[in-house]
Design a protein around this ligand. Structure first.
Ligand SMILES: Cc1cc2nc3c(=O)[nH]c(=O)nc-3n(C[C@H](O)[C@H](O)[C@H](O)COP(=O)(O)O)c2cc1C
Ligand SMILES: *[C@@H]1O[C@H](CO)[C@@H](O)[C@H](O)[C@H]1NC(C)=O
Ligand SMILES: *[C@@H]1O[C@H](CO)[C@@H](O)[C@H](O)[C@H]1NC(C)=O
Ligand SMILES: *[C@@H]1O[C@H](CO)[C@@H](O)[C@H](O)[C@H]1NC(C)=O
Ligand SMILES: *[C@@H]1O[C@H](CO)[C@@H](O)[C@H](O)[C@H]1NC(C)=O
Ligand SMILES: *[C@@H]1O[C@H](CO)[C@@H](O)[C@H](O)[C@H]1NC(C)=O
Ligand SMILES: *[C@@H]1O[C@H](CO)[C@@H](O)[C@H](O)[C@H]1NC(C)=O
Length: 387
């Protein structure tokens, strides 16, 4: 009995010593000092990594705006797991591999469109909570950094206002996220408006057939931006594809079976995501889903373009997903937080992440970020069959 208590005490002490990493300690608060005023943004030059934007946004935004961006569903276990899953697998760096030109391999084709990096801005509502220019900063930042921006239908600005922030010569590619609605005439209008505004693809979100349990945001009466819970079915997907000439990507896939199903119905691409842990608590992280897909059938990553998001904060997170065959990776909250600085915040984030991806790849002995051998990562802690 005594030894049991001692063991139990040790276990409690061990878990207490390893708190959940919501906002990793990057040293920013220590650097700024305890007298750094609430409501102020740190200088952008002091933002050295993506997690620094978490502190900046929490300090600068009011509690309701910050909570809406930050919230996860229910116990936020999926939100935490998204961040922590990446730490469970480690590199097997290859030494003495000539990696000097790895930075030149960052350019990425997404559904046939060229971008400068294998990451993009994920669709997120209400950019106006962080900056009065709202989504237009994200459009301009994405253009300057030459990355994809997927605009959300429940944005602060309308589809047309967002499109007006693009260069007039049509050289910027945006994709448009949509939710289905019970009223298909309204959906048809949105599909037509997106096409007229120049969007090159529709990203159809399928992981929100109901509203979600979000205590942190509900406190401020800021629930889901989407309250129209239409009946989501594969038949509806077929119907939507009939309503537009734009390709329709499925966003919010979290199982091998649904990847298979998407391939079988000829979806142009899929987007693995658990909505940043905002929808179904207990849903798996993208790294776990993509690993399961790989273990079942690695050729699925060749059969269809697979994108992924949820919890990506570092260059190594991007590389771990790419190692399984993911084409490109999205970030949601980091860009919403960076938008507090306007366009400069958005471009700063893009530059930070590009620099990290190239440096981290080189240190892992990777020559081409789109051809990472899966053995470069020891996946055992996340696998059941232990390959
Ligand atoms: C404030 C906020 C609003 C979001 N709104 C939408 C949305 O309208 N449609 C959608 O498909 N996903 C939405 N998402 C989910 C993102 O597209 C993305 O899946 C998620 O943020 C990725 O996780 P991350 O924040 O950890 O990077 C939203 C996310 C946030 C943080
Ligand atoms: C931010 O930059 C300004 C101007 O360069 C400088 O005066 C100020 O001390 C900086 N603030 C911090 C917290 O470093
Ligand atoms: C996209 O990049 C490829 C090289 O990977 C190039 O051949 C092609 O011309 C580019 N397309 C456009 C539209 O710039
Ligand atoms: C918080 O900030 C947002 C965005 O500026 C604003 O719309 C909202 O009214 C503010 N809420 C409170 C309680 O001050
Ligand atoms: C389109 O316009 C932008 C902004 O004016 C400019 O930087 C870019 O070079 C133009 N691209 C083409 C292909 O003309
Ligand atoms: C459906 O949407 C259209 C277009 O927005 C609107 O005119 C119509 O009134 C809506 N129908 C219903 C039943 O709400
Ligand atoms: C697609 O449209 C065609 C022509 O209008 C129609 O025959 C077909 O049944 C539609 N398919 C679906 C899945 O709605």
């Amino acid at each position: 009995m005594h030894s049991f208590i001692t063991l139990a005490t040790l276990i409690v002490a061990a878990s207490a010593a390893r708190p959940f990493l919501n906002e990793p300690d990057t040293g920013l608060e220590e650097y700024l000092g305890t007298d750094f005023p609430v409501g102020k943004l740190p200088n952008l030059t002091d933002i050295r990594g993506i997690p620094d934007f978490d502190f900046a946004a929490r300090n600068y935004l009011n509690a309701s705006s910050y909570s809406f961006y930050r919230t996860g569903a229910a116990g936020e276990w999926s939100y935490r797991n998204n961040l922590e899953a990446f730490s469970r697998v480690r590199w097997r760096p290859q030494a003495l591999n000539d990696v000097h030109s790895v930075a030149s391999t960052l350019p990425t084709k997404i559904l046939g469109h060229n971008f400068s990096a294998p990451f993009f801005i994920a669709p997120a509502t209400r950019a106006g909570l962080a900056h009065e220019a709202a989504e237009s900063n994200l459009v301009k930042g994405a253009y300057a950094g030459d990355i994809l921006y997927i605009t959300a239908i429940y944005a602060t600005l309308s589809i047309e206002q967002i499109a007006a922030a693009k260069p007039a010569n049509g050289s910027q590619v945006l994709f448009q996220q949509l939710y289905a609605a019970a009223n298909l005439t309204a959906v048809q209008n949105n599909l037509d408006r997106a096409k007229a505004a120049g969007s090159k693809a529709i990203v159809f979100t399928i992981d929100a057939p109901a509203t979600s349990t979000r205590h942190r945001a509900a406190r401020y009466d800021l629930g889901n931006a989407n309250s129209d819970t239409a009946t989501l079915t594969w038949a509806l997907y077929a119907q939507l594809r009939n309503m537009t000439s734009l390709p329709i990507i499925l966003k919010g896939i979290t199982t091998v079976d649904d990847v298979r199903k998407a391939i079988s119905v000829g979806a142009p691409a899929i987007y693995v995501s658990n909505h940043g842990g905002r929808q179904l608590d207990g849903s798996p992280s993208p790294l776990e889903v993509c690993l399961e897909v790989y273990e079942n059938d690695p050729t699925m990553f060749q059969k269809i373009e697979i994108y992924a998001d949820s919890g990506v904060r570092y260059g190594t997170d991007v590389l771990k997903l790419l190692a399984l065959g993911v084409r490109a990776v999205g970030l949601g909250r980091p860009f919403m937080y960076a938008n507090a600085y306007g366009v400069e915040g958005v471009t700063h984030l893009i530059e930070l992440l590009k620099t990290e991806i190239a440096a981290d790849a080189a240190n892992a002995g990777i020559q081409d970020v789109h051809r990472i051998q899966r053995e470069r990562v020891n996946w055992k802690p996340l696998t059941t069959n232990g390959f």
